[in-house]
Design a protein around this ligand. Sequence first.
Ligand code: GDP
Length: 325
Amino acid sequence: MKALITGINGQDGSYLAEYLLSIGYEVHGIIRRSSLENAQKLSNLRGIMDRIVLHPCNIEDHLALYKLVNNVKPDECYHLAASSFVSYSFDEEATIISTNFTSTHYLLSCLKELKPDCKFYFAGSSEMFGAAEEAPQDEKHKFNPRSVYGISKVASYYVVKNYRERYGMYACTGLTYNHESPRRDYSFVTRKISVGIAKIYLQQMPKLQLGNIQAVRDWGYAPEYVQAMWRMLHNPQGPKDYVIATGIAHTVQEFLQIAFAVVGLHYTDYIEINPQFFRPSEQIPLIGNASLIQADLEWRAQKPFSEIITEMVQQDIQTLSGQKP
Ligand code: GDP
């Protein structure tokens, strides 16, 4: 089997590539040309570089994508690449809508022409529910995105749905809630905290500045979420959209307590609240109801919250110091 992954050097792309290699796939990845020349951007792929094929390509360039798809002819395509910056300001980052939407549409249109039996996974997001009406949210909950990113994901969701219903393609969307790991991007609060603790522990930084620590999230473990993606492309019922989540709510404060305890410290001694990092908070928390994927595909989130956090903190200390705590 041959898989094509967009965003292969990101957190999810790299775990997915490892998983697919472990079950015997030939793995191809699309990557920005500039990332190919930047060792830092390839760091997640360190362990598998010699076992994957990387294709430099701009996913907004229809002709380049067409040639690439014609060359690779994948059996499965996982579209994970996106500008993932969650902006609530419509003055900034307006291009996210077009970038994220266009790439989904172009990929599907190329596959329809060149490899219509290729199965297609689209990385949706809990941000699509935005200002939700109730918690937890399931697949039937109405979309009400409040960020540019969320809008771009909803627009793509409908393109995917239309290729499935009009052209009969095996195309589906996973509505993933936050999922973390030692490869999480530094812009997310979990990684900001784990790196911050590593620096505090190693006496490289005195305090960590954060925004609203009462904010609530449904945090899962990224390596498990990529297996849900694969299962969705092997669904005996055919292509179907699913919520991928733990269903458990935690606050940033709970994350902090556990994370600081890993190094025997208490978070209140090392945290400064900075209004600069405050965001409009949700009235109703984004918590996913993943009972459908559990019933249909026997997937459920397993790694406990405290173990995810411990792994992240220990990994960051190890990376920054070259030794385990
Ligand atoms: P996302 O908002 O779900 O994309 O994920 P983040 O990890 O960026 O944020 C999760 C929650 O943590 C949000 O409700 C933020 O308001 C809250 N938060 C509190 N302090 C911070 C901070 O310093 N940085 C970030 N990124 N989020 C913070």
